[in-house]
Design a protein. Sequence first.
Length: 601
Amino acid sequence: MAEGSGPMRLTRRLFLKSAAALGPGLSGRCSLPSLDAQGVASMGIPPAPRPKFSGRRFPVTFSDVGAEAGLIAPATYGSQQFDKYIFEANGPGIAFYDYDNDGWPDVFVPNGTKLQRSPAALEPTNHLYHNNRDGTFTDVTYRAGLTHRGWCYGVCIGDYDNDGYDDLFLTYFGKNVLYHNDGGRKFTDVTEKAGLAQARRRWATGCTLVDYDRDGWLDLFISHYARIDPRKIPPPGANEYCRFEDVPVACGPLGLPPETCALYRNKGDGTFSDESVAAGISKAGPRYNLTALAFDYDDDGWPDIFVACDSTRNLLFRNNHNGTLSEVGLDSGVATNNDGMEQANMGVAVEDYAGTGWPGLYVTHFSGDTPVLYQNLKGQFFNDVTLAAGLAVETAYVGWGTGFVDLDNDGWLDLFEVTGSIYPSVERSHPSYKFKTPRLVFRNLGGGSFEEVSELCGSGVTTPHSSRGCAFADFNNDGSMDVAVQNMGEPPSLLANRCRSGSHWINIKLRGTHSNRSAIGARIAVYGGGRRQVSEVLSGSSYISQSDLRQHFGLGSERRVEKIEVRWPSGFVEAIGPQSCDQFMVIEEGRGVVSSRRTSA
């Protein structure tokens, strides 16, 4: 320290950089308290005081129309009364997936199985529901050839062979599956042919298709959770990692060996090669990896990869532009919370929620802890602004799937989150600890602050479920964003958004030519009303789920946008002139707007 410079202020950035320099031991598991002798990181944090309500009307209610729409198959993951193993408890994601390119989002619902096998005809299976364009869906699972059974968890989509139809990748506790989309009619399992077959049984969770080397072909990143052999896992109650609130529960994840992530490069001939070591992914070491997503956090035109890790430090892989990535989670501020503590990170939302042009991160956590909102400081560092943003007011629930989405079309991204306990047996001994809990909605007040409006959003939000993944799309093409939710032991929820704001919007689908056909990694900027809204096309997000690849922008009272600018993954920047509001449009790389239509409402 220079003479006369005064004492050094220990900022969060300096603390985390010091932790990185000292190595993983400073922030390892030994530094965390063992609360309630459970297997996940829970801090016992009470909710922050609620600020005074703004009094502003929130003109959005949700109705669960899943049953009447035909989404009727329940999610089966082992026993619904008592989970013996953690792979019964964690549960799957869900997807909005326009597999036939008709402009109407379909729904894909992963499913698990039971510990004791049933006759094949009675075994649960995944489900693909085709959108009938009238508010209902038809189950086309068998017709589409998607009857693979097992413990399915994560889902992500993207056109890996650039044939014009988005393909489907599924993660499993067992062996993953890559389905080739055969022209929007049926699917073919090409896992082995593509070089993605696994030599051993692994528990894969999150996935994201990403063109990390920008060669025009989508590569594949997979996160793995823990190494599990059911024959060797201790029984519930066997040790400190197998109890919660003094009740025997499924063991883990602490006490189980953590796993590593994997990166496969698309060779452009329908096959992939494992580049986990060569690209630097393996250097990060093992974690309890859950949701993975790719986004360009530093706005350099190259996709980076974030992984939410349960009870261990989060990962952020920065793209080095040369086929390698460097793990910079601690250096960038997203590995831990503001106190330098690891958390039970599960779901992830990423968007420019504050209107600064820089995407922030929202990460959901276990009960007894706050979620974390990471503010992106121009790609240099992320700052934990959870308390200042008004998002520390709920700590009673286990948070899972989440997303930034403009629910009222006012031009500001709101925050939606689903919750649910992982311990169905605890409620019998502790009635206050509910297995089924409500969804959460936070209205964006602008300027980087939020307020909870869950109680104003109707029965689709307040009715309790034990939910896991959620995904977002305007499934009925009425101009309002809806939500699909995966529920444990129940059929999925389909939350129809009854928006009464009268505000305007625009919905944009991108189609790559020199870039990957799905335009994953493309960044759209919409200019109007003196503001610039920015969104990026993502494969995978929320909690191991997939939202519609179309990008929705609320416009408030604006009846037109002044300009649309697309930065394609190829690096080409395309500007589109003024456009009217309340329409769905398709923009093709190098050709501009190739189709548009007004709302069907």
